[in-house]
Design a protein around this ligand. Structure first.
Ligand code: AKB
Length: 319
């Protein structure tokens, strides 16, 4: 690998963190990746620190004690839970990020990865093949914190040379830790319910197309951007990424090829308005040109893989 030696992962017990941390440990060495969160991680396979990212002093102590040179900052509230508690979303997503950027500046860290989201877009943004440079006027507090995060990261890079990088993630589909509080969560929940109960009530409309990515592609994108050659990057904190795009009804049809007796009802709730304000697909030519991004999973291969992993766990009584 390149110049990264010791990484702190915040939000390591969350959906992405619980799979990214073991992957980073494979690449950088078990002792060189420090997991941190308010909750204990699912797997206990390396150093862990209890950390509230809104506590700047605690964050600074961990960075110094572990000789951290890079931070992957995953601790955040997502779109749906952000709407339930906007003040907490602002505090965690903005004050937490500010603390991470400040420690990176003061301790001269090599790199910060701060995920952004398709939530930076809003109803005025073109919804199909959304361009890299376009209107970013989100209507959710989560989206507002993510646009602010992109701008703040660029500010720290331009003003102080802090190497901050980020991707506008779509919904992430995975089978280790469930997502918590997102608008795209239906696309994970449905797999668990299909296998366990053969029934699912979807909180979005059947034709609501959203962009998504399968976890193996998501993990690879983070590692590839972390390791990308800085001199090739024209963008830093706000890369559009394209992987999958589908509606609930398209996902259901694909799952039914494997589980024909699955029954799905649709009861859209407040999350429908959030989904309606987001893109259906993205133009990711900047990521493709600047760090060679290429997705590998399509809808068919993702569904087959998800069902394979979860069915096996169900058979062995671990679901
Ligand atoms: C959410 O639904 O809030 C997240 C996201 C798209 O950032 N999955």
């Amino acid at each position: 690998m390149g110049d990264i030696r010791r990484i702190l992962v915040t939000g390591a017990s969350g959906q992405i963190g619980s799979e990214l941390t073991p992957r980073l440990r494979e690449l950088y060495g078990k002792e060189n990746v420090i997991a941190s969160d308010l909750r204990k991680p699912v797997s206990d396979d390396g150093p862990f620190e209890m950390l509230d990212v809104t506590d700047a002093k605690q964050l600074d102590e961990i960075v110094v004690d572990h000789e951290i040179d890079s931070i992957v900052h995953l601790a955040a509230l997502l779109s749906a839970s952000g709407e339930q508690r906007p003040n907490v979303a602002w505090h965690v997503n903005i004050d937490g990020l500010y603390n991470v950027l400040e420690v990176a500046r003061n301790r001269k860290l090599r790199r910060v990865f701060n995920p952004s989201s398709i939530a930076v877009f809003g109803p005025e943004t073109p919804r199909e093949k959304t361009p890299q440079e376009t209107v970013t006027k989100p209507r959710t507090i989560y989206g507002i914190t993510k646009v602010t995060g992109e701008l703040l990261g660029n500010y720290y890079y331009q003003k102080w040379g802090v190497d901050v990088r980020g991707i506008r993630f779509p919904g992430v589909i995975s089978n280790v830790s469930p997502p918590g509080g997102g608008t795209t969560d239906y696309a994970v929940e449905i797999f668990y319910e299909a296998i366990k109960n053969r029934r699912y009530t979807c909180f979005l409309k059947p034709d609501s197309i959203l962009p998504m990515i399968y976890m193996p592609d998501c993990l690879r994108s983070i590692v590839e951007l972390l390791e990308a050659d800085l001199s090739r990057l024209k963008h830093h904190t706000d890369f559009n990424l394209r992987a999958l795009s589908f509606s609930p009804i398209q996902l259901v049809a694909e799952i039914k090829r494997h589980i024909p007796d699955l029954v799905v009802e649709y009861k859209p709730d407040y999350r429908q308005a959030i989904a309606d304000s987001w893109p259906m697909s993205l133009n990711d030519s900047a990521a493709r040109e600047e760090w060679e991004w290429r997705p590998t999973f399509d809808l068919q291969t993702m569904v087959k893989d998800m069902l394979g992993v979860l069915s096996e766990r169900h058979r062995s009584g671990k679901l």
